[in-house]
Design a binder for this molecule. Structure first.
Ligand SMILES: Cc1ncc(COP(=O)(O)O)c(C=O)c1O
Length: 456
């Protein structure tokens, strides 16, 4: 059954950009129209804008591209860190803001890489990937999750999982179509949905609903247009994992409402409340979607850029077609090193153990300082309600205020999330050479938080 007729969407939403660009050139750049003619050196307009300022696509801001005054969250954090360091050069920043693994890839993986890099057969375009990697991914899916996949056409590599979220909307989204996305969350699929003229319907993740989206709250009008549901468990930033019953409900709903499920498994190996789980373990899941895996978090291979999309063969094939038109594949030596990593379960197990240990310590410290938090089900993020102020009379209207205060006054870096309540994200990817260094850092964190006198 087709979703809403495509023609209607075309008339409603497309082509808005070309029409607006034509008018905006006339409206915003009259000087260009009248004076730029014969000479390259003629003034194009009253400002110092290059001529192509008027040419930027509306999806990135049109002629206003690069002129926004809004300061983004991570830039604000950077500025607060600079201020904290200049106000208190003697005080070490305790950085719980970093969202990247703090260790290099395992030595065994780097050894494979150093061998493979010298082999002439690895030098060329990798296109949609080498079979060695696909087979290793298939073995992992079978061994760890009991999910049987054909490596040939049910698995395709990606250059890190981020580009997969940029490409999957290209497979499904026409103007006016909807992607259901959880917030807070990893936004890339939503951004690209909008790039294709689609809309994003936000599903808030709130504590009262166990940080699972309330799929029954989505209006039928939205389900009629929804083509993608993007999930992410273990969830970044909430740390929540999804129980099998939730996935079962998702599969049933996908069939009933006819949408495709994209499950982001970037943090799968960092599951603490049981063995790592896959959405594809759910009966019927293979009929409704794909799961996207990453080598970044669970294998300390963030910068290596490897991941894979797996699941329904037609969706994997559509993804591979879009990918083939976007890149020429990851360097084969990296694919082979990643395959070696996938065959060695001791690698993700050691990484899991390290972050689990660090998380356990952090939860204890934060609870002792008044935070209402518990051990997350997974990820290296602890997501906890932000303080509302300090006993000394400071008030925080938003998590962002609390973050700035903690950085500037206490030298403690967190990331604020204000999308669905005011929350702080503490990451346990801080740099510490050994367990003794971790313990020292925890002692210091406790002292500083106690002296902050936070109220909730
Ligand atoms: C939830 C989630 N999904 C996907 C990604 C992308 O990971 P990568 O592109 O390194 O595979 C990240 C990275 O931060 C993430 O946090």
């Amino acid at each position: 059954m087709a979703k809403r007729p495509v023609e209607v969407r075309v008339h409603v939403a497309w082509p808005p950009f070309p029409i607006r660009v034509i008018f905006s050139r006339l409206d915003r750049n009259p000087l260009t129209m009248s004076t730029v003619s014969s000479s390259d050196s003629a003034p194009q307009q009253a400002t110092t804008d290059p001529y192509f300022q008027q040419l930027f696509a509306d999806r990135i801001g049109g002629a206003k591209y690069g002129k926004g005054t809004e300061i983004y969250k991570f830039e604000k954090i950077k500025r607060a860190k600079r201020k904290a360091l200049s106000d208190h050069p003697e005080r070490k920043l305790l950085d719980f803001g970093i969202g990247e693994n703090d260790s290099m890839a395992a030595e065994s993986v780097r050894e494979v890489m150093s061998r493979e890099i010298d082999l002439p057969e690895n030098r060329g375009y990798a296109d949609n990937g080498v079979i060695e990697f696909k087979e290793a991914a298939a073995r992992l899916m079978q061994r760890r999750f009991g999910v049987t996949l054909d490596p040939v056409d049910q698995i395709n590599h990606c250059i890190g999982s981020k580009p997969a979220y940029a490409m999957l909307p290209a497979c499904f989204i026409n103007p006016g179509d909807v992607t259901l996305m959880t917030v807070p969350g990893y936004p890339v699929a939503g951004t690209h949905t909008r790039f294709y003229g689609g809309e994003v319907y936000r599903l808030p993740l709130v504590k009262e609903h166990g940080f699972l989206p309330d799929l029954d709250s989505v209006p039928d009008e939205i389900y009629d247009r929804a083509k993608l549901l993007v999930l992410n468990y273990p969830n970044s930033p909430t740390g929540r994992t999804a129980p099998p019953e939730f996935y079962e409900r998702v599969v049933a709903l996908a069939k009933e409402k006819r949408f495709v499920v994209v499950q982001d498994a970037a943090h799968a190996m960092l599951t603490f409340d049981g063995p790592p789980r896959s959405f594809l373990q759910t009966p019927g899941a293979i009929d409704v979607g794909v799961e996207v895996h990453s080598m970044s978090k669970g294998y300390d291979m963030i910068g290596w850029r490897m991941g894979w999309v797996c699941g329904h063969r037609t969706i994997v094939s559509a993804f591979a077609d879009v990918k083939d038109n976007s890149d020429s594949g990851q360097f084969i030596a990296i694919q082979k090193a990643a395959a070696a990593a996938l065959d060695d379960d001791s690698i993700p197990q050691a990484i899991n153990a390290k972050y689990r240990r660090r998380m356990t310590k952090l939860v204890e410290v934060l609870r002792g300082c008044g935070f209402d938090c518990e051990m997350p089900g997974g990820t290296y993020f602890l997501y906890t309600r932000a303080p509302s102020g300090t006993a000394a009379g400071e008030t925080f209207a938003k998590a962002e205020d609390a973050t700035r205060y903690l950085i500037e006054q206490n030298g403690i870096v967190t990331v604020p999330w204000d999308d669905a309540g005011a929350y702080l994200r503490f990451s346990v990817t801080y740099v510490a050479d050994d367990e003794a260094a971790e313990d020292e850092l925890m002692v210091e964190t406790r002292q500083r938080l106690e002296s902050a006198g936070l109220v909730f």
